[in-house]
Design a protein around this ligand. Structure first.
Ligand code: NAD
Ligand code: UFG
Length: 336
């Protein structure tokens, strides 16, 4: 039984689907502060398998302990947390509370139940301003905002925990830019309000929900001047978690990137999305967004060697799948 915190969210729901498809049983622990029950209902529908749902907050240690014991969980995949960079600057305490204190409570609950197998969602944001590209796992770490700092603190907490008790089995996964949706078009990313991230914003422009895309900066030192990122299909990313779980058959604490290793510019994404959707994406060039880096892409070789995992889906597939999700669910999970 795999205990999935934040399993109703964007990456969590896709991972639950892959887990169930692979024959695992799943308990989702989620507060629904940034998701809908409907995502899990659809995962059950797609797989024909049930998900055990426990509604709760990861800061509630007794509730976690109770669920871990009741369902005899053998591993935890920990997605739950807040993830909006701008919001974290405005509300740092909410981020330290949810992400850092929440993870502390989760770890304490696990320890008290004698469960020491964990996959943790970290982020490429822990590399700060890249000093060399592609980003290898040994690149120096730094944070430029409270969200990133919460991920760094958690990574350090996990290393300390492992040092204190080397029977822990911990995988720290640093995601690059997850995009796209399941090929069924039934589950996908459902941002509340105005999307912060490029792909959901572009999808909403394509469908006519927003007038135009603002491209933040075309004077970066990149081939076309716009920011470059390592976009990774969410289904590839989800599958990386299953590979990480397979590796956690012995005590260790390892860290790996999950990315494609390829950097695409904002304009590359716009062109690909136009091709995928057959719609034109009007855009306007605007000043740089504070805090953005010019380029960020992974060296994916450690994941290949260590997890025997590599991303398979290309940018056009990411756009085609994001577009299918957008057209079938113009208002996300609240469409029906
Ligand atoms: P999401 O917001 O869609 O999912 C997070 C889930 O956690 C939601 O279902 C939310 O309701 C739940 N949650 C939040 N706080 C909770 C709490 N205190 N108790 C219980 N449940 C809680 O986000 P996502 O994109 O699926 O991201 C999952 C994880 O991956 C996060 O930790 C995020 O920081 C990390 N990550 C995401 C990205 C990205 O771009 N999406 C990139 C790097 C890392
Ligand atoms: N961009 C635009 N217009 C938009 C949105 C984004 O031009 O409306 C550009 C950005 O300037 C950047 C690129 O598109 O060059 C990608 O931006 P995203 O916001 O989609 O992604 P980021 O790389 O900025 O941020 C993501 C996650 C963060 C995480 C960070 C580093 O959203 O949580 O990666 O891992 F911290």
């Amino acid at each position: 039984m795999i205990f999935v915190t934040g399993g109703a969210g964007y990456i969590g729901s896709h991972t639950c689907l892959e887990l169930l498809t692979a024959g695992q049983e799943v308990v989702v622990f989620d507060s629904f502060c940034n998701s809908h029950r409907e995502s899990l209902r659809r995962v059950e529908e797609l797989t024909g398998k049930p998900i055990i749902l426990v509604e709760g907050d990861i800061r509630d240690q007794p509730a976690i302990e109770n669920a871990l014991r009741t369902y005899k969980c053998s591993a935890v995949i920990h997605f739950a947390g807040l993830k909006a960079v701008g919001e974290s600057v405005e509300q740092p305490l909410a981020y330290y509370d949810n992400n850092v204190i929440g993870t502390h409570r989760l770890l304490a609950a696990m320890a008290s139940c004698g469960l020491r197998r964990l996959v943790f969602s970290s982020s490429a944001t822990v590399y700060g301003e890249p000093q060399h590209l592609p980003l290898t796992e040994d690149h120096p770490l730094s944070a430029t905002n409270p969200y990133g700092r919460s991920k760094l603190i958690i990574e350090e907490m996990l290393h300390d925990l492992y040092r204190s008790d080397p029977t822990w089995q911990i995988a720290i996964l640093r995601y690059f830019n997850p995009v796209g949706a399941h090929s069924s078009g039934r589950i996908g990313e459902d941002p509340q309000g105005i999307p912060n991230n490029l792909m959901p914003f572009v999808a909403q422009v394509a469908i006519g929900r927003r007038e135009q895309l603002m491209i933040w900066g075309n004077d970066y030192p990149t081939p076309d001047g716009t920011g470059m990122r390592d976009y990774i299909h969410v289904v590839d990313l989800a599958r990386g978690h299953l590979k990480a779980l397979e590796c956690l058959d012995r005590p260790q604490c390892f860290t790996t990137n999950l990315g494609t290793g390829i950097g695409y510019s904002v304009l590359d994404v716009v062109k690909s999305f136009e091709q995928a959707s057959g719609r034109s994406i009007p855009y306007q060039l605007a000043p740089r967004r504070p805090g953005d880096v010019a380029s960020c892409y992974s060296d994916p070789s450690k994941a290949k060697q260590y997890l025997n995992w590599a991303a398979e889906k290309d940018l056009l597939t990411m756009c085609v799948d994001a577009w299918r999700w957008q057209t079938q669910n113009p208002n996300g999970y609240q469409t029906e």
